[in-house]
Design a binder for this molecule. Structure first.
Ligand code: MF3
Ligand code: CO
Ligand code: CO
Length: 268
């Protein structure tokens, strides 16, 4: 598949879609607490997208070849769910960690972002996994500039995860995005520096590392969407949609409530 370079008009539309996706996460944040079900959170996000934003939830009925249609507006992945968790009637409880992944379509353009949440105080392990995964995403983003290669991004992410004793999920990766949900290229969250596709200004893709506290292996549930860690260890993920600019990068999935980048990236 070809990699599309976005023009100024595309980029303006992608900024809008990215901001709207991030604003859904801002909106849902106060509702993410013990006792809430993930189906309730999904419903609230869906209504907000339709009523307040006039955006379309991209996951709903999304059906890549070989998959059944995805049944909900969002993906909510709790504890040992790696990704594509289907919102359900199960209640969140203290100590749970969860990823809420929002993809909106506005004017035909897709914005894709996810954040982690911890219910209550969270264990030391859970907090450390969530924070380290956040740092991994940002270390990957920090590699983005014309002339850098995809392997530089993957390497930066994997190095940091491995330094903490964590593993990187291999079956799922970041992706080009624009007027389609998943475009070329695939953005692996591991790799060798100086290898892989060379980045060019105008490329837009996601960086969305999935990092496990235990082994990297995953298994898919019979619903054919939900992905869990094989060893039932906790898994965390953060996601941004990023533009390659002439001088570096621009994160497109930004809004008023966005978490700050880690302090060690204060030179950006
Ligand atoms: N938002 C996910 C991603 O980051 C994809 C979800 S596909 C779905 O690529 F069908 F499960 F929603
Ligand atoms: Co994505
Ligand atoms: Co996503």
């Amino acid at each position: 598949m070809r990699i599309t370079l976005k023009n100024e008009q595309d980029i303006a539309q992608m900024r809008i879609a990215g901001r709207l996706a991030s604003e859904v996460l801002d909106y849902i944040t106060p509702f993410v607490r013990a006792g809430a079900t993930t189906a309730e959170l999904d419903r609230l996000c869906h209504v907000y997208m339709q009523q307040e934003q006039q955006t379309i939830p991209a996951p709903l009925n999304y059906q890549p070849s070989g998959y059944p249609p995805y049944p909900k507006a969002t993906c909510i992945s709790v504890n040992d769910v790696v990704c594509h968790g289907i919102p359900s009637e199960k209640k969140l409880k203290n100590g749970d960690i969860l990823n809420i992944d929002i993809t909106v379509i506005k004017n035909g353009y897709f914005g894709d972002t996810s954040r982690m949440f911890i219910i209550g105080a969270g264990s030391i392990l859970a907090k450390r996994l969530v924070q380290t995964t956040y740092e991994c995403m940002w270390l990957g983003i920090h590699q983005v500039r014309p002339g850098a290669r995809l392997g530089d991004i993957g390497y930066a992410i994997a190095q940091h995860a491995h330094a903490h004793g964590y593993s990187i999920v291999r079956e799922y990766c970041g992706h080009g995005i624009g007027t389609a949900f998943h475009e070329a290229p695939q953005v692996l969250h591991y790799g060798r520096p100086g290898t892989g596709l060379e980045l060019k200004a105008g490329m837009i893709f996601t960086i969305e590392p999935m990092i496990n506290a235990g082994g990297h292996e995953t298994r898919m549930l019979p619903d054919r969407w939900t992905v869990k860690t094989r060893d039932r260890s906790l898994s965390a993920q953060w996601e941004h949609t990023v533009l390659v600019t002439p001088s570096g990068y621009e994160v497109l999935t930004v809004s008023a409530g966005i978490p700050q980048p880690p302090a060690f990236l204060c030179d950006t």
